[in-house]
Design a binder for this molecule. Structure first.
Ligand SMILES: [Zn+2]
Length: 405
């Protein structure tokens, strides 16, 4: 569909558009970064997803979560695609440190492991920095599912070694390829899943920043041109864990659950699953506890096993969270306890699994100034540029949903 040149151009423009959207939202919502630690949660639940339950989810909005791969290093954060550094410094917000802007853009790097398995990766992501004091120096990737126009017209491999899926989902077991990213489901009240999870992602981000985490927002607008693999590859290379946010496509207001790694020998022997599945499930369990202890209704035992692209390509602890379904209340008020619980669960996970030389340290080492922010670059990036023709294609996004796995 698009050639590389168009990709490059699109990347620049998208970055600019994303920037202006971000500035707008910043101006409207004031963020306070006081540090107060969330309470640790503890409880537990292991569930056995029944076959019926698994089947139900199989047709739900799950599989879109991420499909990416794991990473190698070597990337140029914040510059690549455009020749300008993709980051920007906010003028109206104090910097976390004299040299570090509150947030900055990071661009996709084709030299990253599994990057070439992605078909859609022209947009940057945004790294939000926690304020001192209390900064943990840990980056959490928050991936609001869906929201990538045209994503259904591309196919990507379900597994990095191109073997077949071991469970059903939006894509059935045995398939080797799946939709690069689907558009998600529509709630009973007509709201799109992509919109509801974007709102939730914003709440989760605020909770995480308050707790001292840096946050890699994979998507912060309606149309982010990153497929599931690209999102996962970003998380692998720029974060210490990855959570994707979804609502299931069933209608029953069944509650929260996470997707655990299927207990399948060949799947658990495939890299990078083999080296990471225990961490994926541990993160899922920690988040489940956090959410459960914050009073959120849980579906069954709290997890269902599925072979997801996100899981298949993840090299950092990674989990797909299904926070409700089509019939669930997705208002901010209903999402708030979910967001608090997710942040508490992540905090619990990292208390039990401390990060040593994490993503932040790696990024700062690799980038030449990209993480220290330059006002000059920021000004450049903020210039408005109206783009036409480039992303005029598909408006066709929201149809039915199909979960991709
Ligand atoms: Zn979904």
């Amino acid at each position: 569909m698009k050639n590389r040149t168009q990709h490059g151009r699109h990347m620049i423009m998208s970055g600019m558009i994303a920037v202006s959207l971000l500035l707008t939202s910043c101006a409207m919502g004031s963020t306070s970064y006081k540090v107060d630690q969330l309470e640790e949660v503890s409880s537990s639940a292991e569930s056995e997803g029944t076959a019926a339950a698994d089947a139900a989810v199989a047709d739900s909005a799950i599989g879109d979560a991420g499909k990416g791969t794991a990473g190698k290093e070597g990337q140029n954060i914040g510059k690549e695609a455009s020749g300008k550094t993709g980051q920007q410094a906010e003028k109206d917000e104090p910097s976390p440190t004299p040299t570090m802007p509150p947030k900055e853009k990071l661009n996709f790097d084709l030299s990253w492991e599994f990057a070439e398995e992605s078909k859609i990766h022209t947009d940057p992501v945004t790294l939000w920095h926690a304020r001192e004091p209390g900064r943990k120096n840990i980056i959490v990737a928050v991936n609001a599912g869906h929201g990538c126009k045209g994503g259904e017209s591309e196919q990507t491999y379900c597994h990095p070694d191109h073997t077949a899926k071991v469970t059903g989902g939006s894509t059935s077991a045995g398939a080797t390829t799946a939709t690069a990213i689907n558009s998600g489901m529509t709630f009973d009240d007509g709201t799109k899943e992509a919109e509801a999870v974007l709102q939730l992602a914003g709440l989760v981000k605020e909770e995480l920043l308050k707790a001292g985490f840096d946050v890699l927002m994979i998507r912060d607008n309606d149309d982010t041109q990153l497929d599931n693999i690209a999102r996962t590859v970003f998380a692998n290379n720029c974060a210490d864990c990855h959570i994707s946010l979804h609502y299931d496509s069933t209608a029953g207001n069944k509650g929260f659950f996470y997707i655990r790694v299927p207990d399948n020998a060949s799947y658990k022997a495939m890299e990078p699953v083999a080296s990471n599945w225990e961490r994926h499930d541990a993160l899922g369990e920690a988040v489940l506890k956090g959410v459960s202890e914050n009073g959120v209704e849980i579906f069954g035992s709290g997890s269902i096993a599925l072979d997801l692209t996100q899981t298949s390509y993840s090299t950092v602890p990674s989990v797909d969270l299904e926070v409700g379904d089509k019939s669930s209340d997705h208002s901010e008020m209903a999402q708030k306890p979910v967001a608090e619980g997710i942040a508490a669960g992540i905090e619990k996970y990292f208390r039990e699994n401390p990060v040593k030389d994490g993503a932040l340290a790696k990024l700062m080492k690799q980038s030449t100034g990209a993480l220290s922010g330059s006002a000059e670059a920021a000004d450049e990036t903020m210039e408005t540029e109206i783009e036409t023709d480039m992303e005029t294609q598909n408006e066709k996004t929201e149809e039915s949903e199909s979960i991709e796995k």
